[in-house]
Design a binder for this molecule. Structure first.
Ligand SMILES: [Zn+2]
Ligand SMILES: [Zn+2]
Length: 255
């Protein structure tokens, strides 16, 4: 399983960090965890085979996490050669079906019927959802917005947990227990800590509480960049910590 941190930023305009988007590939599965603005051009920049994307999984409905989704469907409709036949599956917490159908009222019917099959499914909390014979997805509610979830991807070689946007949560730490890679949001410096986001220290505490093998930090607002987030998180978590940049690559297990 490979992870590429395509967009490690937020809604805050940044020359170096695009809004939330993370690419996970394993065999034929090509999954986007969130699809924030700017993602498509970053996918191209990093040489990722975005026309082969199989699933888009949304963590919640803030537009810095989904607003590139219509552009992705539009690009798959008009720029893939030969024209795409394979289905695209869009998953998210309950409400994602309604979100995409509502978007289609503004964008046009092509968003639901772009010339290849589109499947949209509300995923129920803590019910494993098979992606193929080997890999499954599971979500866990987190304290951010009412619909917000963390996303877990489990395959034979290990488990990746992406927090999405979240505040501190003992529940999330228990659910993420023993994960091989924890991809955690790291929005704000400690001096600006709020209940609906993590700081470097709180991301480190989450990784320690979960017993994660590795911590990768993402979703940086500009003020947190004035500190050294990886070093701060490392004061609470003994394992390897990386403050990801757009385009960084990580491997889980051998494939
Ligand atoms: Zn966000
Ligand atoms: Zn958010």
């Amino acid at each position: 399983m490979e992870l590429v941190t395509v967009g490690t930023g937020t809604v805050a305009p940044s020359a170096t960090r695009t809004s939330a988007c993370h690419w996970v590939s394993r065999g034929r599965l090509k999954i986007l965890l969130d699809c924030g603005p700017g993602a498509l051009h970053r996918l191209a920049q990093f040489g990722l085979p975005w026309p082969e994307v199989t699933h888009v999984v949304l963590s919640h409905f803030h537009p810095d996490h989904w607003a590139e989704l219509p552009m992705l469907v539009y690009a798959l409709k008009y720029t893939t050669v030969p024209p795409r036949q394979e289905p695209l599956v869009i998953l998210g917490p309950p409400g994602v079906v309604r979100l995409v159908k509502t978007l289609a009222e503004g964008y046009g019917e092509w968003l639901l019927d772009p010339g290849f099959p589109i499947g949209i499914l509300d995923v129920r909390d803590r019910e494993p959802f098979p992606l193929d014979g080997d890999m499954s997805l599971e979500t866990c509610r987190v304290p951010h917005t009412p619909e917000s979830v963390a996303i877990g991807l489990t395959g034979p070689e290990g488990r990746l947990v992406y927090t999405g946007d979240t505040g501190p949560s003992p529940d999330l730490a228990r659910w993420a227990a023993g994960c091989d890679l924890l991809l955690a949001e790291c929005s704000l410096p400690e001096a600006m800590a709020i209940e609906s986001h993590l700081t470097p220290l709180r991301a480190g505490e989450l990784a320690r509480g979960a017993g994660a093998k590795q911590l990768v930090l993402t979703h940086f607002y500009p003020p947190v960049e004035t500190s050294d987030p990886a070093r701060e998180a490392g004061t609470r978590f003994q394992g390897p910590v990386t403050a990801a940049k757009d385009g960084d690559r990580f491997r889980i297990g051998g494939r």
